[in-house]
Design a protein around this ligand. Sequence first.
Ligand code: AQP
Length: 334
Amino acid sequence: MDAQAEKKPVVLSGVQPSGFVTLGNYLGAFKNWKSLQDENDCIYMIANLHAITVRQDPAALKKNTLEGLALVLACGVDPEKSDIFIQSHNPHHAQLSWVLSCYAQFGELSRMTQFKDKSAKYADNINGGLFTYPVLMASDILLYQTDFVPVGIDQKQHVELARTIANRFNGIYSDVFTMPDCILPKQGAKIMSLTDPSKKMSKSDPNPKSYVAVLDDRNTIIKKFKSAMTDSGSGIYRAEDKLGISNLMTIYSAVTGKNDEEIVKEFQNFGYGDFKAAVGETVADTLAPIKARFDEIIADKAYLKEVYTKGNERAMKRSAKTLSKVYKKVGFGI
Ligand code: AQP
């Protein structure tokens, strides 16, 4: 086989260290990071540049960054197989972001749903970074000539914008960037809030009962599921007017791999209360080994440093090639 035929698809994904990681982040994105490692060339980053679009406490951001890294490792990402690094350690992301911001239109950025949502949520701090966030994300993706980006549905629009920017740049300067595609999970691409199943489960929700954090203890997880909002009526099945039950079925399906038919059969004689408790216990059982592994890894700071240092060295070697090509194309290559 020649080298080209052996080349594995490049996968890139990231998680922001903007607090704890929710069950939504886990099921929507990095539950699949481990299984993608064998067939793909994977790059995973702790996206701390993105995190400061919302005001962060510096000490907390530092702590959350290391914890994010430890959690990714606890979920089975193997630093021997994948490049794992901290985004701010590689200056190429910010450098490419400036160039690409000159190839993204104001109108395009104004249409981003996340910008509209976050501007409403953080009305006293609608900063430029919140607006240009998708350009930085495009840079993250395009720097590594990424083929696939595993994300939850909320990030799909940003990956599409990365394609628009890549297409525009390639059209002007000939092929520089690979065109990326999303990978959405079959179940769990949009996990909804436990207290208001019409809204996305989100770590910044002021009501802690609305989300489950991956590192919540068993009792907390079960309690939160038991208090999840359900609908009037009875019966465990998916329907448009049963948003609460449908969300719990999605979570159960994403965690167990069972389909709706199997779930309906399994819980045909259950009331809502017993179903909620069963989902809570299954989620708690799934997350317990991750938490145990996380506790071991976070205690070993030397190991974490080794992982992010080596990961960043490898990542920078790769991103330098793309950045240098871009600089030459736009006329910076003096
Ligand atoms: N509810 C969700 N269901 C499925 N996937 C989700 N993701 C986020 N929420 C859900 C996916 O998680 C990955 C990492 O997300 P992030 O770190 O960029 O944070 P976010 O999307 O900003 O997550 P939150 O919880 O909604 O944070 P806040 O409250 O700060 O806005 C991404 O792939 C995302 O799609």
